[in-house]
Each structure stands twice: as structure tokens, then as C-alpha cells.
Design a protein around this ligand. Structure first.
Ligand SMILES: Cc1ncc(COP(=O)(O)O)c(C=O)c1O
Length: 457
């Protein structure tokens, strides 16, 4: 089952210099002088980039890396996908920025997006453009509060919805709130159904019901504590939280309960969407339709854009200017988005993602069976994770081992990133178009690097 365009640089990976190479080092030093020291990615990946193609990235010194990173699920189609590139170039010749007024790119995109939406939203939703993932989530909780006339939003431990404005209150990691000097006022967190580390002694098959029962208690008991619940915000699979796939009954139970109590259900598909899990939207796996859906990352093919899609009846009483911004619905991004969604709808790419995703997960499991530090392997489609622990019984997070394994992979030419409640999860998020050969080479490097890093643990 070959990838469609075979765009990656031949011979990848190829590491020719000590890393970082001399030219990369020069640019990294200059960046340190000119840019904020709060950057994080350059602590992980010490390279300066010259160009990228398919699932490969070439640095300034001619070293070529396999990209299992995709700019954090932004480049799902790979770098320089011909159909996406052509749509952007054609759009460049037409118009690059205009505020809100219709363009062909905008209308084509809206029609195509609507035709892909899950179940009850399909061809019936309203769309509000935003710019970033956090911005979309911010708009989503504002909308839920407005239509429900209630303030408290229930989110989940381990959630990541961004760090801008009020939405930082819904992000599970309190550091981000502390940095912003904000409390999580009007946001209440329940535990996510993270079977590997669920608190207490709830059986795996009962976890979803347990969580949803807690939610019903919050919604119905006036003395429960958090205040009247105006919306539930959830990732169908947790991304930054550790590629945590909840049990299959979680989203359907959540949908049933929120519907029963007329509480808007917001699905944050910023990371799971646009084909990442082997369907265009992750909620399609369980046939769940949210009331509001947050979309970003890969939808713009690398140009920042985001949006919410929501039930059209929510639009009836919304005042003009409800959620504003200068850069909403960028024509380049929407031209790319239209090409991407059409490709996902009409090619066999998603079948490949589902099949190859299961294959990669099975290879990760083989590596885990042979390594006493891999506590859990999980994932769906091309969102696949290996959680590393010091001991499979105590499950103490093996943070240094993860960091050593990541550096070893980097030195061998594989870009693989981490996530997780304790930053102890290695995650595969390669472009969906990655060639078979680079899947194999990546798995080989992943296995070898883990073995080498484990020797020092
Ligand atoms: C699920 C989810 N929601 C929201 C965000 C925030 O998106 P952005 O970084 O564009 O603000 C992210 C970013 O990783 C995410 O993974």
C-alpha cells in the first residue's frame, strides 16, 4: 500500500555532520539573541531548517530527518503536497487577505467542510472563523455559555485547549494558568477516562460510566459545587495529555447525558481532526455529533486558521460581532483546506491511515513486549503513543528515559516528540502521506534508540 506521491527526499534519514551542524548552530545562536528564551521546541530539536518535502526535513547543513512530528499535526498531508500547493499558489494570484466578504475560496471551503461534518451537523452547520486552536476553543465556550445562559464549563484533567485568554482555564496543566495569572474560574475538571492511570479502583469497562455519572451529579445537584453547567468541552482523544484513547462508550455516553440535560457538548478536534485518526473527524469512529466542534491545525495546510462549526439554531440570537478578529478565514488557508478535505473525501488515504496505523501500533507493541520500560502502547490512526515508566508495576513516569530516547532518535535522523501528563509519552504523528519505507526506517530507529537509551536507565 504505497503512499500516493512519494515526495520525501531520497535516502532519508541522512546525518552527515555532528548535530547541530555548523550552519544550524550559527542560526540557533542568532535566534537566541533575537527571540524569546521561552521557546520550547528548539530545546528538543536543535536544527535550522532549509527545506522540507513529503515526510522529510533538510537542515541547513544538508542533514535529512524523517518527520514524525508534522509540526504537531499541522502538516497531515506532508510538506509540499502537490494538490495543496497548487490550491495555495492559485489563490496567491487572486487575493491573500480580505475581511469576511465572500470569496470563491471561502464559499468552496464552507461547502466542502459542511459536507464532511459528523452526523447531525452535516450540511446543516454554521461556521464561525477564528485564527488559532485556542481561539476556536475560546469561541466555543463563549458560544456554549451564551446559548445555555450558564457559566461553568466542564473540561477534563490532561486536556489541552491552548493558553490564550479564558481558554487557558480549561487546559488541565495549572502551570499555564499560573503563567497567565488566571484562575480557572467557571471551569471545572473531571478526570479523563485514562484507563492506564485512572484514579481509584474502577474497572476499565466501568470508567466511562463512572466519569459520566460524576458529570450528571455536577449538572443536577445544586450543592455539587461548580455552579450551573453551561457546556462540556472534551478532546475525542487527548493529544498533549498523552494520546489517550478513551473507551469506545465514553463519547456516546457523554452525548446521551448532555443531550438529556440540554448542555452543549463541545468536541475539540483541533489535533484529532482532518484525518489524523483515520476518519476526517475522530468523533466519526463512535458516530457522535457534537453541538459545537473546534477545528484548526491541518485544516489550513500550514497557514494559521481555525473555526468552530455548530448547530445552526445556536446562530439565531447571536449578536453581530459576537467573537471578532482581523485575520479570520484567510483565503490562502481556506483554499488549502478545501483541497485537503476534498482529497481526504475522495482518495483512499484514510483507509491507508487506518491500516498502517494499526500496523505501526502493533510494531510499537512488539518493541514494548521486549522492553521493561514501555508501560503502555495506545492510539488510533496516526496518533500512536508509547508511555515509558521506570517500572511496569509502579508506573512511575520515566521522564529522563524519554528525553534520552528522543535525543538518540534525533541523532539518528528521526524527529519524534513527546506528550503526556508527565511528559513521559513518545508520540508518532507522522504525515498521513508518509512512505512505507520511512515508516519502516522510523520504527527501526525508534526501537534501536529505545534499546540504547534503556541501557543507561
Ligand atoms: C486539542 C487542542 N486544542 C487546542 C490547541 C491549541 O491550539 P493553538 O496552539 O493553535 O492555540 C491544541 C494545540 O496543540 C490542541 O492540541
Amino acid at each position: 500500500m504505497k503512499s500516493e506521491y512519494e515526495l520525501s527526499f531520497a535516502g532519508a534519514p541522512s546525518i552527515k555532520t555532528k548535530l547541530p551542524g555548523p550552519r544550524s548552530l550559527e542560526l540557533l545562536k542568532k535566534q537566541n539573541q533575537l527571540e524569546t528564551g521561552t521557546r520550547t521546541y528548539t530545546n528538543h530539536f536543535q536544527l535550522a531548517v532549509k527545506k522540507a518535502s513529503g515526510s522529510t526535513i533538510e537542515d541547513m547543513d544538508g542533514n535529512v530527518f524523517i518527520d514524525w512530528f508534522s509540526g504537531i499535526c499541522v502538516m497531515n498531508m506532508g510538506h509540499g503536497h502537490p494538490e495543496v500547493k497548487k490550491a495555495m499558489i492559485d489563490q496567491l494570484d487572486s487575493i491573500v487577505h480580505i475581511n469576511e466578504v465572500p470569496t470563491e475560496a471561502r464559499m468552496n471551503f464552507l461547502e466542502t467542510l459542511n459536507s464532511t461534518l459528523p452526523g447531525g451537523l452535516r450540511n446543516k452547520s454554521k461556521v464561525m472563523f477564528t485564527v488559532t486552536g485556542a481561539d476556536a476553543c475560546e469561541a466555543a465556550i463563549s458560544l456554549a455559555r451564551y446559548v445555555s445562559k450558564k457559566k461553568t464549563i466542564v473540561a477534563f484533567g490532561g486536556a489541552y485547549h491552548g493558553v490564550a485568554g479564558d481558554i487557558v482555564g480549561a487546559t488541565g496543566n495549572h502551570h499555564y494558568r499560573d503563567f497567565a495569572g488566571l484562575s480557572s474560574q467557571n471551569i471545572y475538571h473531571l478526570p479523563y477516562p485514562y484507563a492506564y492511570r485512572f484514579p481509584g479502583k474502577v474497572k476499565e469497562e466501568d470508567i466511562s460510566k463512572f466519569v459520566v455519572d460524576q458529570l450528571e451529579y455536577l449538572i443536577t445537584d445544586p450543592y455539587a459545587g461548580p455552579g450551573a453547567i453551561g457546556g462540556v468541552l472534551v478532546e475525542p482523544i487527548q493529544g498533549e495529555g498523552g494520546y489517550i484513547v478513551p473507551p469506545d462508550d465514553f463519547l456516546p455516553l457523554l452525548r446521551e447525558l448532555t443531550e438529556k440535560h440540554s448542555v452543549p457538548l463541545i468536541l475539540d478536534e483541533v489535533q484529532t481532526g482532518v484525518g489524523r485518526t483515520g476518519k476526517i473527524w475522530a468523533s466519526e469512529h463512535q458516530k457522535v455529533t457534537p453541538d459545537i466542534m473546534c477545528i484548526s491545525k491541518s485544516i489550513g495546510g500550514g497557514i494559521p486558521t481555525s473555526m468552530i462549526a455548530y448547530r445552526s439554531e445556536y446562530d439565531q440570537n447571536l449578536p453581530a460581532g459576537f467573537h471578532l478578529g482581523t485575520y479570520r478565514g484567510n483565503p490562502l488557508a481556506l483554499a488549502a483546506g478545501n483541497a485537503i478535505l476534498n482529497h481526504l473525501k475522495n482518495s483512499g488515504l484514510l483507509d491507508r491511515v487506518r491500516i498502517k496505523g494499526e500496523y505501526i501500533k502493533s510494531r510499537f507493541q512488539e518493541i514494548a513486549d521486549d522492553n521493561k520500560f514501555v508501560g503502555d502502547v495506545r492510539g488510533r490512526g496516526f496518533m500512536i503513543a508509547a508511555e515509558l515508566v521506570k517500572d511496569k508495576k509502579t508506573k512511575e513516569p520515566a521522564v529522563e528515559l524519554v528525553s534520552r530516547a528522543k535525543s538518540t532518535m534525533f541523532s539518528k535522523g528521526l524527529l519524534m516528540h513527546t506528550c503526556g501528563h508527565y511528559s513521559n509519552v513518545l508520540r508518532h504523528m507522522a504525515p498521513l502521506t508518509i512512505e512505507d519505507e520511512l515508516i519502516e526506517k522510523g520504527i527501526e530507529i525508534f526501537g534501536e534508540s529505545l534499546k540504547e537509551a534503556s541501557k543507561k536507565a
